[in-house]
Design a protein around this ligand. Structure first.
Ligand code: UN1
Length: 499
């Protein structure tokens, strides 16, 4: 069996523990992709020492040249898209069309980052004094610790890594333990693209043994974490105590609202894709469907019929709509919430079981599940399930729908289906989310726009687009006084001084 390694100090190395874990295909647990390192704080220490050297070298490399490396990485991802998408589906289960999209998001991010190498602009503004320049520019920060989730094994690491690199930081990358192979492929691509070896370090292993020591390390001033709100709170507490710069992307409980005047066929496609794409394992997944009373029964009927027809299976097989869950713990969490939903009084209208039959018995499958008669106070209407479970809530008015959308503790994305243009713009204003889609599902963020949420979804930062470059760099201000005299700010130039 293939044994994979960490990448530390410019070399592929074994973990200091000597221990490994098996990485299995969730669509067929008999299929082992390989053994991957179980690293610990000793490996983190080595990685940080090397990444500090990498930072010294990389920060002195002109940003346009740093961008050129990422352009090359984009070219290599493009050339290897199909092969990587196949490896990703084998490792995490979602259908090939989706893993191709995931690689494409990495490619888009690479090309965007490449151009940003020539656009890391500051400002030059007038000084209040004569013969004096006042300006700002963006400086790299240091070693960035990037802790990534399993659901977008390419898009999310590249959202973090490529901007971090263009800004001149070095990177320690910890992929989720469910997707170490994709992480390895990404690092190989960066090295092939010409990234100096010590600028990137790859550490495999668990959150406890690798993620935590990375977050706690005093020489890692920058942390970006995507994952659960519970873990994000712990990461946030440590970073707050140690005064680190931190970007958090955490949970969601995203709603699609369908009003009586909506194009129902369009809304139906949106709901199916939003709720059951990626087997519901997206931070942006639609987990609440808020239906206005005039279309509620009809729309729910249409949705149940189409949901029952979704084909579960190996994502590499043609015709598969929905792949497996990522691991046994994820499956058990879903089963738990299905129990909770029933206990709270909601009705299961389809799914809610592990399927059996051809090609499904050895994988971690769960039937796409819909609950109707869900009340806004129910736990399944408030807590993130991260699986193919949709809670349907009936409302009388748009205002009621907006209030329910806003009543949860999360605020990533929302979606509204209506033909009323005035209401659409009112929704953009009133829905409390980082992203609102009109006549499109809750998923579908594009790489060149800021991505993130309000309330307990995040901590105010954004990934993607132009904003993330602010996160990965620090503002430095320079004043150059060429007057040859002391000019006291706020004092010498003050108009209307008494004397
Ligand atoms: C996530 O949900 O974890 O908008 C990331 C989307 C994707 C990214 C999602 N482009 O669904």
């Amino acid at each position: 069996m293939k044994v994979f390694k960490n990448f530390v100090a410019g070399e592929w190395v074994e973990p200091s523990t000597g221990n490994y874990f098996d990485n299995r295909n969730p669509a067929d647990l008999n299929d082992v992709i390989g053994k991957f390192p179980l690293s610990n704080s000793t490996d983190v220490e080595r990685a940080v020492t090397s990444a500090k050297r990498g930072f010294e070298l990389w920060k002195a490399t002109p940003a346009p040249q740093r961008g050129d490396v990422l352009r090359k990485a984009g070219d290599l991802l493009t050339a290897r898209k199909e092969e990587i998408a196949n490896a990703m589906t084998r490792e995490m289960g979602k259908p090939l069309t989706e893993t191709r999209g995931d690689v494409q998001e990495g490619i888009d991010t690479a090309y965007y980052a490449a151009t940003m190498g020539r656009q890391l602009s500051g400002r030059t503004v007038p000084s209040e004094s004569r013969s004096k320049w006042a300006m700002s520019y963006r400086r790299p920060i240091g070693v960035a610790g990037l802790i990534c989730p399993f659901n977008f094994p390419m898009a999310i690491p590249t959202w973090k890594m490529f901007p971090a690199l263009v800004c001149g930081n070095s990177v320690i990358f910890k992929p989720a333990e469910d997707v170490p192979h994709t992480g390895t492929l990404l690092v190989e691509i960066l090295l092939d693209a010409g990234l100096p070896p010590e600028v990137i370090q790859l550490l495999h292993g668990t959150g406890e043994d690798v993620g935590a020591p990375l977050v706690e390390h005093p020489d890692v001033p920058l942390i970006s974490f995507t994952g659960s709100t519970a873990t994000g709170s712990m990461v946030g507490a440590t970073c707050g105590r140690m005064h680190k710069r931190l970007s958090l992307e955490m949970g969601g409980k995203n709603a699609q609202i369908v009003l009586d005047d909506a194009d129902l066929d369009l809304a139906l496609e949106g709901a199916l894709w939003g709720a059951f794409g990626t087997t519901g394992q997206r931070c942006t997944a639609t987990s609440r469907l808020i239906l206005q009373k005039g279309i509620h029964d009809n729309f729910l009927g249409m949705l149940i019929e189409r949901t029952k027809a979704l084909k579960l299976g190996d994502g590499r097989k043609k015709g598969t709509d929905v792949g497996p869950l990522i691991n046994e713990a994820a499956l058990r969490k879903i089963e738990h919430y299905v129990d909770v939903g029933q206990t709270d009084g909601a009705d299961i209208v389809c799914g809610a079981r592990r399927p059996t039959g051809a090609g499904l018995d050895d994988g971690l499958f769960y039937e796409p599940t819909i609950f109707s008669r869900v009340e806004p106070g129910h736990r399944i209407a408030n807590e993130e399930i991260f699986g193919p479970v949709l809670s349907v809530i009936r409302v009388s008015t748009a205002d009621e729908a907006f209030a329910i959308n806003n009543s949860v503790k999360y605020g990533l994305s929302s979606s509204l289906y209506t033909k009323d243009v005035n209401l659409s713009f009112r929704a953009l204003e009133q829905l409390d989310n980082g992203i609102t889609y009109i006549n499109a599902p809750t998923i579908g963020a594009e790489a060149h726009l800021p991505f993130g949420g309000v309330k307990q979804t995040g901590n105010g930062h954004r990934e993607g687009g132009w904003e993330v470059y602010e996160f990965y760099s620090e503002t430095k201000v320079g004043y150059v006084d060429y007057s040859g005299t002391l000019q006291r700010a706020q004092i010498d130039m003050y108009l209307g001084t008494p004397d």
